[in-house]
Design a protein around this ligand. Sequence first.
Ligand SMILES: Nc1ncnc2c1ncn2[C@@H]1O[C@H](COP(=O)(O)OP(=O)(O)OP(=O)(O)O)[C@@H](O)[C@H]1O
Length: 245
Amino acid sequence: MIEISNLVKRHGSRAVVDNVSFSALPGRVTGLLGPNGAGKSSTMRILLGLDRATSGSALIDGVPYRALQRPLWKVGAMLDGPGANKGRTARAHLRWVAQSNAIPTRRVDEVLELTGLRDADKVRIGGFSLGMGQRLGIAAALLGNPRVLVLDEPTNGLDPDGIRWTRQFLRSLAEEGRAVLVSSHLMSEMEETADDFVIIARGKVLASGTTTEVKGEHRTLEDAFFALTENQADYRATGTEGWGR
Ligand SMILES: Nc1ncnc2c1ncn2[C@@H]1O[C@H](COP(=O)(O)OP(=O)(O)OP(=O)(O)O)[C@@H](O)[C@H]1O
């Protein structure tokens, strides 16, 4: 499971992550939702040991990422797309990731199959569509068969087929008992995908819980989000602190 507690990240005097706390539980897809610049990627980067928190903690199964013995076996991640060399094939890329993390290369075939890339395994990544690239990123994240997955905007720019595939795939990964944390700025899309939601704006958690809890009396998650951020604008205008948590 993922446990973020009182996480703060400051750049200069500005807190881009401002006392964020939430958990992502096994067997559930947790949606980290918020507009551009809300602090989603910053939170994920700290969780994955790519950046240091100013204060607070971000733990994976009780320990920080940097303390994990074999990180790829515990947590799979995709930030900024697949991050693969465009001249390589999908198979070559996955073999390279597997070999550099002591993962048996037979796992490469399994993840190619799981993500529907088997037929494209010899195509150079430079010729991939956006959707295939995202699948490759997810395939690499799954190489170590981790119990925890962290995916930053995996559906960004995808067509409806790609979005539908990703949604169903993430749900199936959670149904296998994994904790799946996925960020998005698309509220309506995530409403169908996630079990639990954390709504973040300007570095602060505005609401968290199940769909019913977060929606409250609002018709959709998007309506709830706009109502919550309108409150934020009001508070900013009056300079009041301490709202929404
Ligand atoms: N190294 C940095 N120095 C200064 N500010 C930064 C740095 N990294 C991120 N920020 C700022 O922190 C804020 C949060 O950025 P972050 O990327 O976490 O947001 P996000 O919710 O993931 O949004 P997006 O979907 O646009 O990436 C932004 O205003 C960004 O400009």
